[in-house]
Design a protein around this ligand. Structure first.
Ligand code: HEM
Length: 366
């Protein structure tokens, strides 16, 4: 241990790392009444870390070519040592990330943490949510199975509903009028380079915002604080709080373990939930499967396009909803964060959630 201490002493004299460590661990206090919902951000960090790891392992054997992609994935599943495990962890992990993204967003909605001074945290989070979904969309095509080919065809088709530039937009997304080798090439580049880099940058900014503002006190009980900004920047201190490390990090570690256990359980015992039969057949552009549907998290958008008499109207409703969500901190400007004292917005969130759930179920069975 002595050599290690000597190295740390050497670096500490030059960079003051001990002070930095203390300020961000034992000396950084989070609210005493913090609840498990606040651990979901860390769960997301760990799940994204795992996606990077399993993604790199898959990349060593995957071939981004319409003639060879499906066979290369079959090889990963059947011949590469533990290839099946990395693939299942990657597929199930991507779905779990969407679930945790939604839960993290919902907790922020109900506890009003998006309000002043956390507008930038919300906006960067909203960007991360969209990036996450786009990463899933681009990754879905890569195995070049019947499922991935046709799900991508319907998902990219939706962009055609935009007036005037619709068909051009579809062509830009696909690289050609229909899904083909150009689409695979650009989705591959987006999935393995562009989007992960953008995601890393945005996660960095999101965490910077979280750390600068300080974790918000959960809006329950006597000590609930209103959402306010003063004339000058102010970090939210919690003098009666608990140390971030080791007290709170051990609570977070427990939550991370639950989600990893769930990920491993589904990957071992029920991966077919996310890989139905069409995922086991190579893509055939001349054979349309009977029921083409996008992934579960795009079902509500897909069904909305079908409900309205014109696709444009459906797209406008979706655009309106997404804009409302993005600008929420600037629309809901009240200082109150306690859910019980914000009946209008909380009722809107609950009804909106039930509606999206109902439309998704409808989309699944129609
Ligand atoms: C890659 C995805 C994301 C990661 C890795 C991430 C990470 C985190 C972490 C570690 C925290 C601090 C602890 C916590 O409250 O959970 C946090 C807080 C926060 N996140 Fe995220 N987040 C992500 C996506 C989102 C999304 C989609 C939204 C909403 C649109 C969002 C909005 C917020 C807000 C407003 C806070 C402040 C909470 C508070 O202080 O009360 N985040 N995030």
């Amino acid at each position: 241990m002595k050599p290690l201490k000597m190295v740390i002493d050497w670096v500490d004299v030059r960079l003051g790392v001990r002070e930095l460590w203390t300020a961000n661990t034992t000396g950084y206090l989070v609210p005493g009444n913090i609840n498990p919902w606040y651990s979901l951000g860390t769960v997301l960090l760990v799940l994204f870390g795992l996606q990077f790891l399993t993604g790199i392992l898959l990349l060593m054997h995957y071939i981004p070519d319409t003639e060879k992609a499906f066979a290369s994935v079959e090889r990963i599943m059947n011949e590469v040592p533990f290839g099946w495990l990395f693939r299942y962890l990657h597929v199930v992990g991507s779905n779990l990330i969407v679930v945790v993204l939604l839960l993290h967003m919902l907790s922020v909605l109900f506890m009003g943490s998006y309000k002043r001074p956390r507008e930038l945290t919300w906006l960067s989070g909203f960007g991360l949510f969209n990036l996450g979904l786009f990463l899933c969309l681009t990754g879905y095509l890569l195995p070049w199975s019947q499922l991935s080919f046709w799900a991508t065809t319907v998902a990219t088709d939706a962009a055609g509903a935009v007036p005037v530039i619709g068909s051009k937009l579809v062509e830009v997304l696909r690289g050609s009028p229909s899904v083909g080798s150009e689409t695979l090439g650009r989705f591959f580049a987006l999935h393995v380079v562009v989007m992960p880099l953008a995601l890393l940058g945005l996660i960095g900014f999101h965490l910077f915002c979280v750390r600068r503002n300080g974790i918000s006190r959960p809006p329950f009980g006597e000590k609930a604080r209103p959402a306010r900004v003063g004339e000058q920047f102010e970090h939210e201190h919690h003098d009666d709080g608990i140390p971030f490390f080791p007290n709170y990090t051990s609570e977070e570690a427990a939550m991370v373990c639950y989600f990893i256990a769930l990920l491993v359980f589904i990957s071992f015992f029920a991966p077919q939930i996310f890989l139905p039969l069409d995922a086991l057949e190579p893509a055939d552009p001349f054979n349309t499967p009977e029921h083409i549907k996008p992934e579960w998290y795009f079902l509500w958008a897909y069904q909305t396009l079908k409900i309205f008499p014109s696709k444009f109207l459906g797209l406008a409703v979706q655009g309106g909803l997404m804009t409302f969500l993005a600008l929420l901190p600037f629309i809901d400007r009240g200082e109150e964060r306690r859910p019980a004292k914000r009946p209008l917005f909380v009722t809107c969130y609950v009804l909106g959630l039930l509606l999206i759930l109902a439309i998704s179920i409808w989309g699944h069975y129609s």
